[in-house]
Design a protein around this ligand. Structure first.
Ligand code: IMP
Ligand code: MG
Length: 181
């Protein structure tokens, strides 16, 4: 097997910084949702790592569910077409929903997802994303919790993939140019 680090160009956010920031977000979310029942909705597959780490730093009982949507295919550019590959198992009527996402790039996926979830009659829908790229700032997506703003580069690791690989990298990094050629 090839080392998971072999194709990394530059490390943008290392493991310790990721952990520290997730802990901060967890403290903020715990305080904001105190006394309320929270449903975490992870967006497969990229959000698995942040969901696992975030859920474990929250102080209160939560429930967790997952959705899978597709907007990228195998490439690195958003197609703008969102399809539900796996829907929630949970009825979210009157529930407080926090969508946990790996990254907001154009914001297309999340704005679509939030309007889809909002149409199901939840008590509230908020977004927590580990990463956000500058382009997302131009979109009308109201993101309550952001881990890190990053430059407009394609990144992998901590759940994020390129052609389904590098999700198990512990840091967030760019890929070396030879990977794309
Ligand atoms: P958006 O619809 O453009 O905001 O794209 C959101 C989705 O595209 C994310 O949930 C990721 O799955 C994927 N994505 C966007 N940027 C990157 C990246 O830099 N690396 C890996 N996946 C990305
Ligand atoms: Mg994703």
């Amino acid at each position: 097997m090839t080392s998971v680090h072999a194709d990394v160009g530059e490390v943008l956010i290392d493991e310790d910084v990721l952990r520290a920031r997730v802990e901060e977000l967890g403290a903020e979310i715990s305080a904001d949702y105190e006394g309320r029942d929270l449903l975490l909705v992870g967006v497969l597959k990229g959000a698995v790592m942040v969901m696992a780490d975030l859920a474990r730093v929250l102080h209160s009982q939560v429930t967790m569910d997952w959705m899978a949507v597709s907007s990228y295919g195998m490439g690195t550019k958003s197609s703008g077409v969102v399809r539900i590959l796996k829907d929630l198992d949970t009825d979210i009527t009157n529930r407080h929903v926090l969508v946990v996402e790996d990254i907001i790039d154009t914001g297309l996926t999340l704005s679509w997802l939030v309007s889809n979830l909002s149409s199901r009659g939840p008590a509230s829908v908020e977004i927590c994303t580990l990463l956000r790229k500058p382009e997302a700032l131009q979109m009308a997506v109201d993101v309550r919790y952001v881990g890190h703003d990053i430059p407009n580069e394609f990144v992998v690791g901590y759940g994020l993939d390129y052609a389904e690989r590098y999700r198990n990298l512990r840091c967030i990094g760019t890929l070396a140019p030879h990977v794309y050629s």
